[in-house]
Design a binder for this molecule. Structure first.
Ligand code: RTP
Ligand code: MG
Length: 143
């Protein structure tokens, strides 16, 4: 691996993670990996923010259940910084389906299928530099 610029990603502890009191566990893993938390807030999303956050999924069958799930309780939003943190946090999180996610990952260690309308998988992490810039602008417009 070559050296690369410091980058930032948006991390969300979704309502299932906050309700299950796993916020500290998620942030502990982020910090233990060596990334730096540069913004952190507990907040309740609204439909408009979620529609913009999940714009790429509008029209998909899981879109409405996803929005309802994300409205179901508070969310912890964080901006996390480090070299290759976008890829690195996705790696810490594990694959989307928590039942199939590898042990050792957040979703693989702490998540599973609960039979809900949309898969509940504890965390969100931006998937590209473009998504990160867009999502950080939505959740932390002052940054
Ligand atoms: P995220 O955006 O939350 O970090 O998760 P991801 O990239 O791993 O997954 P993505 O494809 O972006 O989907 C966003 C969220 O929608 C829910 N989802 N449900 N087929 C389904 O039931 C389905 N597909 C996606 C999950 O909560 C997923 O994290
Ligand atoms: Mg995604």
């Amino acid at each position: 691996m070559t050296t690369s610029e410091t980058e930032r990603t948006l991390v969300l502890v979704k309502p299932d993670g906050v309700t299950r009191q796993l916020t500290g566990e998620v942030l502990r893993r982020v910090e233990a990996k060596g990334y730096r938390i540069v913004a952190l807030e507990l907040r309740t999303a609204d439909r408009d923010l979620l529609a913009r956050h999940y714009a790429e999924h509008q029209g998909k069958p899981f879109f409405e259940p996803l929005v309802e799930f994300m409205l179901s309780g508070p969310i912890v939003a964080a901006v996390v910084e480090g070299q290759r943190v976008i890829e690195g946090f996705r790696s810490l999180a594990g694959t989307t389906d928590p039942t199939a996610a590898a042990p050792g990952t957040i979703r693989g260690d702490l998540g599973r299928d609960w039979g809900t309308a949309v898969v509940q998988n504890l965390v969100h992490g931006s998937d590209s530099p473009e998504s990160a810039a867009r999502e950080i602008g939505l959740w932390f417009p002052a940054l």
